[in-house]
Design a protein around this ligand. Sequence first.
Ligand code: SF4
Length: 260
Amino acid sequence: MRYKIVSLSCGNDSMAMLYELYRRGEHFDEIVFYSNGMDFKAIYRLWEQVKAKFEPLGVVCTELKPKNDFLFDMFERWKEKRDTGEMVQGDGWCGGGCRWGTFEKISTINRYAKSKNATVFVGLAKDEQKRILDLEDFKVAPLNDWGYTQADCLKINRRNGIQWLEQTDNAEWVDLYDILDRVSCWCCANKNLWELYNIWKYFPDTYWQGLKDMQSRLDMPMKKFKNAKFGEYGNVFDLEKVFEGGYVPNHRKRSDNNAG
Ligand code: SF4
């Protein structure tokens, strides 16, 4: 039988996939968790829970990391620009049209899977048809085969008691899926306005401060927010002024925030 790997980010969709595969008695040999070190603490806690459950069942649990430290690539590594040949330092914000961290993740997982001649289960739900159509032939998307959307995945996770608990800077606990649409890297430039507002609100001294530290090293604003009232306010420091001024964004879930 071909070796089978579950690719796990410990986010909503891949957690639902893992537990559904297990509930349905599907065979898998290994769970691979890739982390670039920029995940929320809740994600690392869930990974420990997954290992505690599946290792005693004989499933190999492996953590993969990128070649370089994420912050080194973001700020320090010199590279030649493809279009102009100019040497520039650091990849800058990751997200939007420049998901250099995602590229590194996919190539690391692919290299690993190919070294084992494995089939990889990936947690893409029915809502993500474009990404499913682009999958390499050694990858399968069981959530899509079962007809599960991302909303179905959240229900499955809730039923299984899976929580993404993170302690706020006020020492209270929140489930990240109550304040974020997707639990991707805390510094992901794909985060929407509502998610950024919640990071500012619940984690001002930790993750939000981290975003300010990053912005202070980059000229490029994290986001391209612009409107008649605030002007351009995608720079993290400008965003903070807008939030401090009392602006509370509506929650409009956007499907183009997919990242990872
Ligand atoms: S989640 Fe965002 S920041 Fe993290 S690797 Fe993916 S695109 Fe980059």
